[in-house]
Write a protein that binds this ligand. Structure first.
Ligand code: GLA
Length: 402
């Protein structure tokens, strides 16, 4: 080959490589831009499972729009499994017309009319976990349909995927969603089996890190097919240790949806659950019946000081910095240099917990203002450390600001 041709071929190769790389970067940037802070919203599964219908979704949207949740930041109203029933002769996904007689586009429009966004659920396999049609082989067709319907969020599950490769499956649907031109947040529900935190950035906006949450403080139950598992809240929390570095603006670890208000935990336990999800920079997807919650539950879900920790622009996930038996300290660095700190007592008796400034990256001589985010109270200035008595199965959550 003449040297000028070789030069041209090399230039072409470099051009193609740069174009390929920048296209990938462009898609990743686009994907990340859909969730600069952890998504907030509501999903039907934890409370209603398969019992979904358009009246339920509409009344939930009505409540979120008027009960203070929308003002607090809740945005996405997501129907989980069981809205779909079959495919038509052209392979298009069809909603259950008994449960959704007005159709999905009308429901999306209703949710939008409340100033909220609308989400649906599908699965990377042949069938969803509840046995409804999955999206395998129909990814682009489904994504287009969602875009036509006005969908803003897709939760994408992992049942009935046989030997499918998880990264390939989620990348395919991610590309399909982006190629519609409609912004749709993409929620990967792979249960952490293929470690989605290692490859999910640029593919999804959030990825489940564990099996399903259950409305219990602590438990572990195998799924019906013998695979693992359904967990209590603290068992899920334990599995978040070490994952903080993988989260950041646009791509978040998802320790599963909230159980706050579903009745299986005490109020202090639900405060711990919500406080930890905020500190972990986890998506805050309520999963209770928001139409009829008690004032205490509403206060937890709409605690704007705790939500501000979650929605902090720096997008850093919190981490465990100390564990001594049942007593733990967790910390999250915030954009203004302050720290959100949780003193956590998972034991049976009240205990005194202490966080030293050096454990959260401050010099010992520093004077910092401490504010209790559940009591909404300034606790004054502390030098070197902060201590508090923490009741059993409870947290004290403070903001430490130099
Ligand atoms: C799986 C998911 C749950 C829920 C159900 C629906 O178990 O992990 O969050 O979506 O499927 O069938």
């Amino acid at each position: 080959m003449k040297s000028e041709w070789r030069g041209l071929a090399a230039a072409l190769l470099v051009f193609c490589a740069v174009t390929f790389l920048s296209t990938k970067t462009h898609a990743q940037v686009l994907r990340d831009s859909l969730a600069p802070t952890p998504p907030m919203g509501w999903n039907s599964w934890n409370k209603f499972a398969c019992n979904v219908n358009e009246d339920l979704i509409k009344s939930v949207a009505d409540s979120i729009a008027t009960n203070g949740m929308k003002e607090a930041g809740y945005e996405y109203v997501v129907i989980d499994d069981c809205w779909q029933i079959k495919r038509d002769e052209n392979g298009n996904i069809v909603a259950d017309s008994q449960r959704f007689p007005s159709g999905i586009p009308a429901l999306a429009e209703y949710v939008h009319s409340k100033g909220l966004k609308f989400g649906v659920y599908s699965d990377a396999g042949s069938k969803t976990c509840a046995g409804r049609p999955g999206s395998q082989g129909h990814e682009f067709q489904d994504a287009l349909q969602y875009a036509r319907w006005g969908v803003d969020y897709l939760k994408y599950d992992w049942c009935n995927t046989a030997t499918r490769n998880a990264q390939e499956a989620y990348q395919t649907m991610s590309t399909a969603l982006l190629s519609t031109g409609r912004p749709m947040v993409f929620s990967l529900c792979e249960w952490g089996t293929a470690k989605p935190w290692l490859w999910g950035k640029g593919i999804g906006n959030l990825w489940r890190t564990t099996g399903d949450i259950s409305d219990k403080w602590s438990s572990m139950k195998k799924w019906e097919d013998g695979s693992c598992c359904e967990y209590g809240m603290v068992d899920i929390l334990d599995q978040q240790v070490g994952l903080n570095a993988f989260a950041g603006p646009g791509h978040w670890n998802d320790p599963d949806m909230l159980e706050v208000g579903n009745g299986g935990m005490t109020i202090p336990e639900y405060r711990a659950h919500f406080g930890f999800w905020a500190l972990l920079a986890a998506p805050l997807i309520a999963g209770n019946d928001v139409r009829s919650m008690s004032p205490e539950i509403k206060e937890i879900l709409t605690n704007t000081e705790v939500i501000a920790v979650n929605q902090d622009k720096l997008g850093r996930a919190g981490q465990r910095i100390k564990k001594e038996g049942d007593l733990e300290v967790w910390s999250k660095t915030l954009a203004d240099g302050s720290r959100a700190v949780i003193l956590f007592n998972r034991g049976a008796n009240e205990a005194e917990l202490r966080v030293a400034w050096e454990e959260i990256g401050y010099p010992a001589h520093l004077v910092a203002k401490v504010r209790d985010l559940w009591a909404h109270q300034d606790l004054g200035f502390s030098t070197g450390s902060f201590s508090a008595k923490v009741a059993s199965h409870s947290v004290v959550m403070v903001k430490v600001a130099p």
